[in-house]
Design a protein around this ligand. Sequence first.
Ligand code: B12
Length: 193
Amino acid sequence: MTERDHATIARLLDQAFALLPVEQSLVDVAQPLLRWIGDGWACGDLTVADEHLVTQELRGRMLRMLTDTHGGVNGVAVLMCGPGERHDLGLLMFGILLRADGWEIAFLGPDTPWSDAVSLASRLSARLVAISVAMEEHADALRAAFAEVELPADFRIVVGGAAACPVLAGDLGVHYADHDLPKAVRELNRLAS
Ligand code: B12
């Protein structure tokens, strides 16, 4: 990737986030871009440095969207990746859509100990905790972490991400959230109402 490619991607991202509705900018721009980076990296067309550079460009813009000050009428949602899990971009997108839908978001990001997240969610009187797992080994780590903490009754818990499935959700005793983010937001609002 050349300096010009990088500048073009940054400019297109600025335009997309400024001009498109939130959902469209995530589904039609951010997700395909991440898929392109992932494929390019996997087949050797992009270096790890290219992948990190574009990922950080996107991440910075999405974090700004998440900290936008509106929202909060639906209550607090705590968003975290399970123990060991560092892939948090899908969760970040989910947080932006929830925020746009009226939730206040406490975004904890990667690799969060489950017991700490539970006590934070209680302190914040959260209505929802959403956990992301992208890799199988981190799904197993989450199962182990859940085995050590009694499941709190004060908030709903959902699990989503590439390594999440209804079986994992059943093992944990929580709800499964779909990979399709707009659909996940709709289901979650139904669950929380
Ligand atoms: C960017 C990236 C990284 C970045 C992550 C940056 C970040 N802050 O997220 C960094 C460099 C840190 C990284 C590290 C690693 N990575 Co990586 N990474 C990727 C890459 C290229 C893109 C991931 C991504 O963001 N995808 C886009 C998002 C939007 O998709 P998504 O995560 O699936 O999320 C979607 C849904 O699942 C949903 N979703 C996600 N979470 C949640 C939660 C809820 C509640 C809901 C409702 C929905 C939802 O939202 C999205 C909507 O479509 C993928 C390749 C790929 N093709 O995906 C590899 C990939 C995921 N990584 C992989 C690997 C192996 C690693 C490392 C082990 C590499 C290494 N040797 O160090 C480490 C592990 C780190 C760790 N401990 O977690 C493998 C995983 C293989 C596997 N299934 O086990 C992949 C698939 C690459 C590959 N082909 O081998 N990685």
